[in-house]
Design a protein around this ligand. Structure first.
Ligand code: 13P
Length: 281
């Protein structure tokens, strides 16, 4: 099984990041995979808990198994933002090579205990675990964080990594989920401090709408994985609307969805290039 930790280490040495794209169904999933193949880029395909619940982990795990066998680029199927040990354990049991346990809404000690429990379950089966410290700024399913209360704390990061043994860490440095009203202000200083203090790979969440130059700077300062979600589902839905509007009633599924897939591919390729992962297979 390909190991995400190894891929992220290689990305760190090569000063690029591996993009992790959220998908909702087979069409955006195929768009992500085809774009990664054409760009010859390693790629992470992420199912969030809502998608895992709606489609079912059995289906997702089966698709995951087939896609990992068929593609020529390194491809990792990842469970994104799970606050639940049980869901992480189910995905580990059913063959996901990577899971994220997100206890960032909890107190530090509780977040540590939860992440450690997932690591102890996942590591013996060769599965990598991502944890999270600091919060994703703004209002989302994770809560609402304003002012400075979203920022990762360096001492806490050292303790968290030491006590949990997670393989990678998502850090709150000012990104938010979704589009931004004004340009986000990333705290690069804090990113550099955390990167200096801990040796494991760092993850940037909230990848939609961050200026390309800021993503590149974050990568140069130690980010090895960039999560991208909103731009994928918005491109999917908006091009679906556009394609449907061009047609009379009773359109055929593929006639509509194949051009939609091409639109998503364009966005995925663009993001891959910003992460610098083209040709890094
Ligand atoms: P965006 O939706 O802002 O791209 O963030 C995605 C993400 O961080 C998923 O974990």
């Amino acid at each position: 099984m390909i190991n995400l930790k190894e891929l992220l280490k290689k990305a760190d040495e090569g000063r690029y990041a591996i993009p992790a794209f959220n998908y909702s169904d087979i069409w955006d999933l195929l768009a992500i995979i085809e774009a990664a193949e054409e760009e010859r880029s390693p790629v992470i395909i992420s199912s969030n808990p809502l998608v895992a619940e709606a489609i079912g982990v059995d289906y997702l795990a089966a698709i995951n198994k087939v896609s990992m066998q068929l593609v020529r680029v390194p491809l990792i199927h990842h469970l994104d933002h799970s606050a639940s040990f049980e869901l992480c354990a189910e995905c580990v049991e059913k063959g996901y090579p990577s899971v994220m346990i997100d206890g960032s809404a909890l107190k530090l000690e509780e977040n540590i205990a939860l992440a450690r429990k997932v690591v102890e379950f996942a590591h013996p089966k060769g599965v990598c675990v991502e944890g999270e410290l600091g919060r994703i700024k703004g209002k989302s399913i994770e809560g609402e964080y304003k002012g400075e209360d979203f920022l990762v704390n360096v001492e806490e990061a050292i303790q968290f990594v030491k006590e949990t043994k997670v393989d990678s860490l998502a850090i709150g440095i000012g990104t938010a989920h979704g589009f931004y009203d004004t340009n986000p202000e990333l705290n690069f200083e804090r990113l550099a401090e955390v990167n200096e203090a801990i040796k494991i790979s760092l993850v940037l969440h909230g990848g939609t709408g961050i200026p390309d130059e800021d993503i590149k700077k974050a990568i140069s300062l130690g980010i090895n994985k960039v999560n991208i979600g909103t731009i994928i589902h918005c491109t999917y839905m908006n091009s679906l609307k556009e394609e449907l509007s061009k047609r009379d009633k009773n359109p055929y599924t593929l006639e509509v969805l194949l051009p939609v897939k091409e639109e998503i591919k364009k966005v995925v390729k663009e993001r891959i290039r910003v992460c610098g992962s083209s040709g890094q297979m």
